[in-house]
Design a protein around this ligand. Structure first.
Ligand code: HEC
Ligand code: HEC
Length: 345
């Protein structure tokens, strides 16, 4: 409430300043009048600050309420259909579906007066006089059994009314009570010596995919290709120096790929007997869709396709999940290929 009040005043003040400045320089606008400022500045504080002088009794209020409010809020403020109930609901606040009304929930009567004067009747806001508003609010109190039928609500009796839920709200004091959590010295002792990144989420492949569908596709592709592919052809003689260089270069692959006896799939598929194999065809390995469809389109690992893949994996296989940037030097590729052949058959 006080925040909106301050905001309002700030806005009005800005209007006034802007108005006079513009009037001088551009001949546009004018200062807001007292009446205009008063029309904006109508909020009422819990302590009664801002209340207009005036009064209204329960019976006058009942008549007005019946004419102007009951169509939506019910003759007894009990609410019609889904329109809000303004009365009742006592003792329901701790239930799963509390009935929050002026009587059961609102802590300050000022809120009711302010709300009705500012925004009701719905569709015809600010048509009520101050006395009518006092009378209607008196009737809402009466509907909640909070005043007797001879009660007259005025700027003078306003604070006499006791709202049942006045103590039901707590002041938000987190700024002070929780300050130590935000302002305290951060603990910088007993820290871990070094932090090492062992794996990246992208490589770990944490997003589940529809595996069955992919596996079927892969299986079909393998069977088809296997029929066409002659078994790994006559092994050409391999240069041991090249293999040694390739073993070194393979360090760039070994965090994800195993090769050799007992090689298993890790974050990348094992690379045994990779030459002559359809891309994306190791059973039980979760390949990217890109790798699978490359295999379906007929990609088989050969010296040429491997060299192209390893020079720029991500442009060779769209959306591959192999996060390896690619070798810059052709020698490295030749060496790794030689090593893959010697170590993985
Ligand atoms: C055409 C239907 C309609 C009429 C007539 C109407 N209201 Fe409302 N009233 C509403 C609606 C809708 C809301 C809820 C508005 C919202 O949540 O933004 C509401 C909300 C309220 C609330 C706040 C309820 C709450 O718990 O949040 C009060 C108090 C209220 N009206 C009082 C009155 C009074 C007094 C009159 C007659 C002067 C009146 N209304 C006339 C539709 C109406
Ligand atoms: C960061 C982990 C990572 C690194 C490093 C890596 N790979 Fe891979 N590799 C993968 C993943 C994951 C796949 C599966 C890609 C897909 O499904 O798109 C893969 C796929 C492959 C394939 C296709 C295998 C098949 O079954 O079709 C080959 C060949 C390959 N990598 C070779 C290499 C080589 C050689 C290196 C080193 C130069 C290397 N990779 C580096 C993770 C890696």
């Amino acid at each position: 409430m006080s925040k909106s009040r301050n905001l309002l005043i700030a806005t009005v003040a800005a209007l006034v300043v802007a108005g006079s400045a513009l009037a001088g320089s551009y001949g546009l606008g004018r200062p807001a009048t007292e009446a205009e400022i008063a029309a904006w500045d109508l909020d009422i504080m819990p302590d009664g600050t801002g209340l207009p002088v005036g009064s209204g009794d329960v019976w006058t209020g009942e008549e007005l309420f019946s004419e102007q409010c009951a169509a939506c809020h019910g003759e007894f403020a009990e609410g019609v259909d889904n329109w809000p109930e303004l009365a009742g609901g006592f003792g329901t606040l701790d239930r799963e579906d509390p009935v929050k009304t002026v009587g059961s929930y609102w802590p300050y009567l000022s809120t009711t007066f302010d709300y009705v004067r500012r925004s009701m009747p719905f569709g015809n806001a600010q048509s009520l006089t101050d006395d009518e508003t006092y009378a209607i609010v008196a009737y809402i109190l009466y509907s909640n059994d909070l005043v007797d039928d001879d009660f007259v609500l005025s700027n003078e009796t306003f604070l006499d009314v006791e709202m049942p839920n006045a103590e039901g709200f707590i002041v938000d004091d987190r700024m002070t009570t929780e300050e130590r959590f935000f302002k305290g010295e951060p603990c910088m002792t007993d820290c871990k010596d070094a932090v090492e990144i062992t794996m990246r989420a992208r490589v770990l492949d944490v997003t589940p995919e529809d595996e069955t569908a992919e596996a079927e596709v892969v299986q079909a592709a393998v069977t088809e290709e296997a029929a066409e592919q002659p078994a790994a052809a006559e092994a050409p003689s391999i240069d041991p120096a090249l293999v040694a260089a390739g073993e070194k270069a393979f360090k760039k692959c070994s965090s994800c790929h195993q090769i050799g006896d007992g090689a298993k799939n890790r974050s990348g598929p094992h690379l045994n007997a990779v030459f002559g194999r359809v891309a994306g065809s190791i059973d039980g390995f979760k390949y990217s869709k890109g790798m699978v469809s490359a295999g379906e389109d007929g990609l088989v690992w050969s010296d040429e396709t491997m060299a192209e893949f390893l020079s720029k994996p991500r442009s060779y296989i769209q959306r591959t999940k192999m996060s390896f940037a690619g070798f810059k030097k052709a020698e490295d590729i030749d060496a790794v290929i030689a090593y893959l052949k010697s170590a993985g058959g």
